[in-house]
Design a protein around this ligand. Sequence first.
Ligand SMILES: [Ca+2]
Ligand SMILES: [Ca+2]
Ligand SMILES: [Ca+2]
Length: 228
Amino acid sequence: MLKMLKMGSRRVPGLGGPPGPGGLPVLVLISCIVGRFSAVALQDVTADLFGTENYGTVAAFGDFNSDKQTDLFIIRNQSELVIFLADVKIPYFKPKFNISKDYLPRDSIITSVVPGDYDGDSQMDVLLTTSPKLGEDTTVFIFWGNNQTLDLGSRLELNKTFVDQPLVMDFNGDMIPDVFGILKDGSTEVCLLKDRLVEWHKALSASVKMRIPHSNAFVDLNMDFTAG
Ligand SMILES: [Ca+2]
Ligand SMILES: [Ca+2]
Ligand SMILES: [Ca+2]
């Protein structure tokens, strides 16, 4: 069950009123003034946001339809992805697109979602990772965005699997996200995406044993504006 809360502030009766006859100690006076503005409360806005569709796990955020409103990517039953588009009317997020389990390997679970433009056509695509229910291999799929919807018929499946969650980063600085991870033999490779085709390269020259779960990150160490 989804639950969304927001912080709200309200004035608390009895706080922040004028000091009584004879004045108040400074500390009490400050407390009264601060108290007037700092009283906050969590408000449950789940129904306003999702209506009756309030179940699943929020996996990612992104403006899928390029309307400058952030949309939500929600995993349901570990096997289905639903994209909720932001709307100006209640409920403010409405389910519009989904990748059902029929489009994914049988008996697999979705382990991660990374929205991004993986072919550089300015339309948001969706990268999913899946694992077998009883296994550890991580398979990567990319579903291509097409005219503000998803082209479910032409997904890309990377032809190598990872032993852990991959890291999405722009390895070669061409503004297209790439996929970095550890293969079964322990090697680290990066999958470059060019024109929706995959190109594998050794990522690290030195042999290193990566931790699982990973603690990968990227930083531009030599100031060439490229992650390394
Ligand atoms: Ca949007
Ligand atoms: Ca795209
Ligand atoms: Ca790239």
